[in-house]
Ligand binder design. Structure first.
Ligand code: ADP
Ligand code: MG
Length: 574
């Protein structure tokens, strides 16, 4: 049986407690200490009042006790501030830990995995939903321990002094959590719905932001705005649902707390005017005062808990939502394998009866294809636009599902561990993604720790240095998320430069020289060929000049893959 999602979230929450460290312990202990000091303070205050009123002691005799009260007040305020600060620090530490964990989990996940979260949803999980844990650790957890312990401590102190008041406290206090739990059942459902609405809204919003230019070009602003408005309206309704329940539960609490305080006041008052005779000894003014001062304090921790009760539901809902979006709640950061430091022996590849489909699976791009490329061979993949060249290259490194048998080094693709596959293959995508960073950083991504000299050499080989020299900061020029500021051919070359930092046995290049003039194409292809010596190379291309430099050529036409004679070594376009 699969565990209830509720319990997995609770477990994940518990497993995070340890990450709070010392700050979390301080955040929990400080208010408890403050609670104990409070009893001392109330007792001293009642004592001062009793001595001043009943015994008529002069003010000078009371001064030390008054000083003590002031000291206790200050100490409690200090403890309160310390606890609050520690709570915030603990929550920050835990959120940081969780974000790091989620992020490395996401990076370590195979791009082959089905049902990968969209980038908007993943961003929402890591940014927004993790934030939902804040209240739980900073406020709920300390409040829960106070609510569990302080009323008991207070009751135990009061019981021997006055059994009626003690019993009244010990009976009414547990009623509050009981009723709140009843209300809380509804709260969890409402909060789950709210968390889902929130992630829907942020996922939608960030995905649309990324496609803003396209939306504008096609006049879709209004329709998309309406969609975002609808999603935020759903979030508003769900939030109000949560608030309604929160108000209801605090009303329940206030009712019982008021009842308890009124009961004590009534009892003290009636005993003083000799109406009630439940005590064997007479009630002193000091004791009566003490009971009255303590009465609201007994319920205060519960009130605090009620104020932060929904934080727990929010945190659990947040974790459930993270789990839903990322497919799992990672327990510990998965170590990121250093994919660049593996040997680059040439890999042979073989396809037999392989069928590849479009991403929507509606149409087969390639039928029952057979292909064999021996280790170290350089192969051109020809075919008109849309014939499936990119599909084949992506399938070769497991980025597409395939039917049939596809082996690399005689091993079916599915048997390759993700990290090994990434380490030993290199794919230059047709539209490579550049990150918002310098050109040098974008190239260096291919091998963490690559030296500046190595990066510069890679930039030379991919003919990046030439155009970079004309940019304001050379290789240190910042480029945008999609290589904004670079032309398509330039962005392609920045991505190609990464190849020269890697040590892959199978190199797949998707139209590496598209949009390039012939002389540059020659220069780059020469560098690629040199580098790919002793490695297997597959280049999808339209250029006959590029194809003519290879050992063999294959052509996709009408869904079949056929070997085709190498084009003669002269210029032309396939
Ligand atoms: P090539 O690289 O040879 O130009 P591709 O491999 O990119 O061709 O595309 C192969 C076919 O898959 C094309 O006919 C294209 O229309 C189709 N295709 C690509 N992406 C999708 C998608 N998301 N949904 C449906 N069909 C797609
Ligand atoms: Mg293509």
């Amino acid at each position: 049986m699969t565990p209830k999602p509720e319990t997995t979230a609770a477990k994940a929450l518990n497993s995070l407690h340890g990450k709070g460290g010392m700050p979390l312990i301080i955040a929990i202990i400080a208010p408890l200490l403050g609670g104990v000091l409070l009893v001392w303070q109330a007792w001293t205050l009642a004592d001062v009042l009793g001595r001043a009123i009943e015994m008529g002691e002069p003010a000078s005799a009371l001064l030390p006790a008054i000083g003590l009260i002031l000291g206790l007040l200050l100490l409690r305020a200090g403890l309160g501030a310390l606890g609050e600060q520690a709570g915030i620090a603990a929550a920050e530490a835990i959120k940081l830990h969780l974000r790091t964990t989620l992020f490395s989990h996401m990076l370590a996940r195979s791009p082959r995995a089905a049902g990968r979260a969209g980038s908007g949803a993943a961003a929402s999980a890591i940014v927004d939903q993790v934030e939902a844990l804040d209240g739980y650790f900073a406020r709920y957890l300390p409040a829960a321990l106070q609510a569990a312990l302080l009323p008991l401590i207070f009751g135990a102190i009061i019981l021997p002094l006055d059994w009626v008041a003690g019993v009244l406290f010990l009976v009414t206090a547990p009623l509050i959590p009981l009723f709140m739990a009843l209300v809380g059942w509804g709260a969890q459902v409402a909060t789950d719905r709210q968390a889902r609405a929130l992630s829907h809204l942020s996922a939608r919003f960030s995905d649309r932001l990324r496609g803003l230019l396209t939306l504008k070009l096609f006049g879709r602003e209004d329709a998309e705005t309406a969609g975002v408005v609808e999603a935020s309206e759903a979030l508003r309704r769900r939030t109000l649902g949560v608030l309604r329940i929160a108000f209801l539960s605090s009303a329940v609490l206030e009712f019982f707390a008021a009842l308890g305080v009124a009961g004590i006041a009534l009892y003290v008052g009636l005993t003083f005017i000799d109406f009630l005779h439940l005590r064997t000894s007479p009630l002193t003014l000091q004791l009566g005062m003490f009971l009255l001062l303590m009465a609201p304090e007994v319920y205060n921790p519960l009130r605090l808990l009620a104020a932060h009760y929904h934080d727990r539901a929010t945190a659990k809902a947040g974790l459930l939502e993270i789990e839903r979006q990322l497919g799992a709640l990672p327990a510990a950061p998965a170590p990121l394998a250093d994919i660049a430091s593996r040997p680059g022996a040439a890999i042979d590849l073989a396809l037999s009866n392989v069928t590849l489909r479009t991403p929507d699976r509606l149409r087969a791009v390639l039928h029952d294809a057979k292909l064999a490329v021996s280790a170290g061979q350089h192969v051109a993949l020809l075919g008109p636009s849309g014939s499936g060249k990119s599909t084949v290259l992506e399938a070769l490194v497991g980025l597409r599902d395939h039917e049939g048998v596809l082996t690399l080094d005689g091993r079916p693709l599915a048997d390759w561990p993700e990290t090994e596959l990434r380490a030993r293959t290199f794919l230059l995508a047709q539209k490579p993604r550049l990150v918002h960073a310098s050109i040098a950083h974008n190239i260096g991504l291919a091998r963490p720790g690559a030296s500046r000299v190595e990066i510069e050499r890679a930039a030379d080989q991919a003919a990046v240095s030439g155009f970079a020299a004309a940019l304001p900061d050379g290789l240190d020029t910042l480029i945008g998320e999609d290589g904004v500021g670079l032309s398509g051919g330039q962005a392609q070359r920045v991505a190609l430069a990464r190849l020269f930092l890697r040590d892959a046995g199978l190199i797949l290049l998707d139209e590496p020289t598209a949009h390039l003039e012939a002389s540059l194409e020659d220069e780059i292809m020469a560098a690629i060929r040199r580098y790919a010596e002793g490695r297997t190379l597959v280049v999808a291309t339209h250029s006959l000049a590029v194809a003519s430099r290879m050992d063999k050529a294959w052509r996709i036409a009408g869904g079949t893959l056929l070997e085709t004679p190498l084009p003669a070594r002269k210029r032309g376009v396939a």
